[in-house]
Design a protein. Structure first.
Length: 139
C-alpha cells in the first residue's frame, strides 16, 4: 500500500503531498503529515477532542483553512493531534472534522520543525482518482 503522505522539501519551506481513497481521507492524511513534522512522529495520546466545522469558496481554501485551524490550536493551546476524522461536502465546500490529541509535553513529545503558516504556494487539491492534496508550510 502507498504511504498516506510524503514530505516535499522546498527552499525555505517544507510541504506535504497527501493521498486518500477519497478527498476527506486526503485531508486527514495532510493533517497527520503536518503533525509528524511538528512533533517528529511522537506518540500522541488521543485524550482531548475538538470539533471543527469550516466552509470556504473552494476546496483549496478549505484545505488551507483546515490546516491553519489545526496549527492555531497547536500554537494557542499547546496541543498536538494524532487522529483526524474528516467529512467533506465537496458540493458545499464544507468540512466537518473531529480531531483528537494531547497537550504538548517536552518530556513526552519530540521536538520537530516549527510551522509558522500554511501557504498557498504550490497548493493543489485533486478531487478525483487518484485523490491527493499538496501544501507547503512556512517554517
Amino acid at each position: 500500500m502507498k504511504e498516506p503522505y510524503e514530505i516535499i522539501d522546498h527552499t525555505a519551506d517544507i510541504g506535504i503531498r497527501a493521498f486518500g481513497k477519497n478527498i476527506s481521507e486526503a485531508f486527514e492524511n495532510a493533517a497527520k503529515g503536518m503533525f509528524d513534522i511538528i512533533t517528529d512522529e511522537s506518540e500522541i495520546e488521543n485524550i482531548g477532542q475538538y470539533d471543527i466545522v469550516l466552509e470556504a469558496p473552494d476546496l483549496e481554501q478549505l484545505l488551507v483553512d483546515w490546516l491553519s485551524e489545526l496549527l492555531f490550536l497547536n500554537t494557542s493551546k499547546n496541543i498536538v493531534f494524532s487522529f483526524f476524522k474528516v467529512e467533506i461536502d465537496d458540493k458545499e465546500n464544507r468540512l466537518k472534522g473531529r480531531v483528537f490529541g494531547d497537550k504538548y509535553s517536552i518530556s513526552k513529545h519530540k521536538i520537530g520543525t516549527e510551522i509558522k503558516a500554511v501557504t498557498y504556494h504550490m497548493l493543489e487539491v485533486r478531487n478525483k482518482r487518484p485523490y491527493h492534496v499538496q501544501v507547503l508550510f512556512d517554517i
